[in-house]
Design a protein around this ligand. Structure first.
Ligand SMILES: Cc1ncc(COP(=O)(O)O)c(C=O)c1O
Length: 362
């Protein structure tokens, strides 16, 4: 069986976690501080603040940006649900924009159409590891005085014209869930250049504590543990190699998937895509339906997944409640997209086998 995702963790991570456990210092402490320093150097942001997940990173980043009741925040329809729910957690309103037909990321034109006097922020999502059109999106956020928060949950190490994602706006939010390009078990990180925002976030994720047992705001326990940070420090060292292997796997697919009607993901010029997912598209002109292709791959012992079968505005939790575009591109993508394995460590034989099944399945 070739699984759709496989976390690359081993003895190095086990040793790092065991060292923390033996030290007895399990909660947030020195390992977390070291991890934050290393992550801020890696991204080139002035600050990095570790959190308990990507969702809590988004929630804290939105709260620290002052997003509250009555505010509208524009997001792409084609993303994981947490991009939207973190806004709802602030009692603000997620507003849907569509994505680009070519790169599957927030479409700047659709974004512009959704701006109202209530719009306060934009969350572009670097979906599947492909950077968004940050020049256009940043221009729009500057022109309309909107807070820009990047959802980098799927894009550790991705670069837009040489700069790391998570450095273009007010803040960037990363996830370290086990299937991501690097993991801490569960965990997240907020990057920012803004000193005041960093301080505010630190307080928000630690019970609103300003100094020992003095609480000056409603806060949360969104801290990362030392155990998670120790694993994350090892993973961060390995991340460039992990990403290189994902890129090599993607290049292999690009070359060897030759079936008519199957579209491999295009690369945005000037960017470094880090292939959190390798999402092919099964177009209407393909002689095999997506369902039939999934069946063939499953029979062959190859894991697949649909990221995502339901755009945010069609999710039961938001049905009929969410504002914005009806997002026809996102709706179409949801019916055509199919993720195939791209994790580091896939062998050439496995990659060839996957291509063979995709090219020849009847
Ligand atoms: C685009 C996106 N945003 C946010 C999240 C939330 O991250 P976490 O699962 O760490 O809470 C994820 C995680 O899957 C994601 O893919």
């Amino acid at each position: 069986m070739i699984p759709i995702a496989k976390p690359s963790v081993g003895e190095d991570e086990a040793l790092a976690a065991a060292t923390v456990i033996r030290s007895g210092m399990l909660a947030s402490g020195e390992e977390v501080t070291q991890f934050e320093n290393e992550f801020s150097s890696f991204t080139g942001s002035n600050h990095a603040i570790a959190t308990s997940s990507g969702t809590t990173a988004l929630h804290a980043a939105l709260l620290a940006a002052g997003i509250t009741t009555g505010d509208e925040v524009i997001i792409p329809a084609f993303t994981f649900i947490a991009t939207a729910t973190s806004i709802s957690m602030c009692n603000a309103t997620p507003v849907i924009a569509d994505v680009e037909n070519t790169f599957y990321c927030l479409d700047p034109e659709s974004l512009l159409e959704q701006i109202t006097p209530k719009t306060r922020a934009i969350i572009p999502v670097h979906l599947f590891g492909q950077p968004c059109d940050m020049n256009a999106i940043r221009q729009i956020s500057d022109d309309h005085n909107l807070v820009l928060i990047e959802d980098c949950a799927q894009a550790h190490g991705a670069r837009y014209h040489g700069n790391s994602v998570g450095t273009f706006g007010k803040s960037g939010c990363f996830s370290f869930y086990p299937t991501k390009n690097m993991t801490t078990g569960e965990g997240g990180m907020i990057t920012t250049h803004d000193d005041a925002l960093a301080e505010h976030v630190r307080q928000l994720i630690n019970h609103g504590q300003e100094s020992k047992y003095s609480h000056t705001m409603i806060g949360y326990n969104y801290r990362l543990t030392n155990i998670g940070a120790a694993i994350g420090r090892v993973q961060l060292q390995k991340l460039p190699e992990f990403n290189r292997m994902r890129q090599e796997n993607a290049a292999f697919y690009q070359k060897h998937i030759t079936r008519n009607g199957i579209l491999c993901p295009p690369l945005r010029p000037g960017c470094e895509h880090v292939f959190h997912q390798y999402a092919i598209r099964v177009l209407p002109e393909c002689d095999l339906s997506r369902d039939r292709l999934i069946q063939a791959l499953t029979r062959a012992g190859i894991g697949t997944a649909i990221h995502y079968p339901t755009p945010v505005h069609h999710q039961p939790v938001y049905m009929g409640m969410i504002k914005g575009s009806n997002a026809p591109v996102s709706t179409r993508l949801a019916s055509e997209i199919l993720s195939i394995p791209v994790w580091p460590g896939l062998s050439t034989e496995e990659l060839s086998y996957i291509c063979q099944i995709i090219n020849e399945a009847a």
